[in-house]
Design a protein around this ligand. Structure first.
Ligand SMILES: Nc1ncnc2c1ncn2[C@@H]1O[C@H](COP(=O)(O)OP(=O)(O)OP(=O)(O)O)[C@@H](O)[C@H]1O
Length: 249
């Protein structure tokens, strides 16, 4: 299980994460939704151990990211917005390097398998320098998957991918879910969330404003998009009212 426990993080006076609490279970896919600047990437970076929270913690499979970051990271497959690929290495070498760092026993075989799964054969031997956004994303995704993690964390994974690659990614995520993988991903693509997710976590202004299944989120609305727009505008109105009330007290 991935468990956010009252996570807080501020940048100057901006509360990027304000008491974030939610759980993701094995064998499920959780979609993290929110408008630009809501706090999604900050939450995923804290989960990954890349930045430290001001307060709170995240547990991965019962391991505290704050206390044992390396041990927690070893459980995770990560795809974050800053990709950190080595431009002078080929796609294959980038994946192999990461697999070796993760302690994969047969690095060459694991790398070839993931290259085949993501249908990356045509770009595998090319140097990453000059790769298109989508090509770089595929390498990053392969790197996240090569050690067959039980926990997969993806920040906007379909960014820059073409239609075929997006369809393949969806199949892959559903397959991993069937195998018991716990998947948490952020996205702005409502259709993707609608097709894939068992659970939805919506963050606004650094706070969780909804956690539950898609049906309870949609309520009377016909589409996820309509429901999202309706709920976010209601939530923002309420926050503004609370702030005005707080200021006048
Ligand atoms: N390193 C930083 N320094 C200053 N402010 C930051 C930093 N990282 C994030 N923020 C601020 O924290 C808030 C949340 O940012 P975050 O990147 O988590 O949002 P997001 O939900 O991922 O947005 P998007 O959908 O646009 O990627 C934003 O207002 C952002 O400007």
């Amino acid at each position: 299980m991935i468990e956010f426990k009252k996570v807080c993080k501020s940048f100057a006076d901006k509360h990027a994460n304000n008491n974030i609490e939610f759980r993701c279970l094995p064998g499920t896919i959780t979609g993290l939704l929110g408008v630009n600047g809501a706090g999604k990437s900050t939450a995923l970076k804290i989960l990954s151990g890349l930045i430290k929270p001001d307060a709170g913690d995240v547990h991965v499979n019962g391991i505290s990211v704050g206390e044992q970051p390396r041990k927690a990271q070893a459980q995770l497959g990560l795809l974050l917005t800053s990709q950190g690929l080595y431009p002078h290495l080929s796609a294959r070498e980038n994946i192999e390097f990461y697999a070796a760092m993760q302690g994969v026993k047969n690095v060459a075989r694991a790398t070839s398998e993931v290259i085949e799964t993501l249908q990356m054969q045509e770009i595998a031997e090319r140097k990453v320098a000059g790769f298109s956004t989508g090509e770089s994303m595929k390498v990053s995704l392969a790197r996240a998957l090569v050690h067959k993690p039980k926990y997969l964390v993806l920040d906007e994974p379909s960014r820059g991918l073409d239609v075929l690659a997006i369809a393949a990614l969806r199949e892959l995520l559903l397959d991993l879910k069937q195998q018991g993988c716990c998947i948490l991903f952020s996205s702005h693509v409502m259709q993707e969330i609608d097709i894939l997710c068992d659970q939805l976590v919506v963050i606004d202004d650094g706070q969780v404003c909804f956690q539950g299944n898609l049906d309870s989120f949609k309520q009377e609305h016909t589409t996820l998009e309509k429901s999202f727009i309706h709920r976010i505008s209601n939530y923002k109105q309420q926050i503004t009212k609370d702030r005005v009330k707080g200021a006048s007290c």
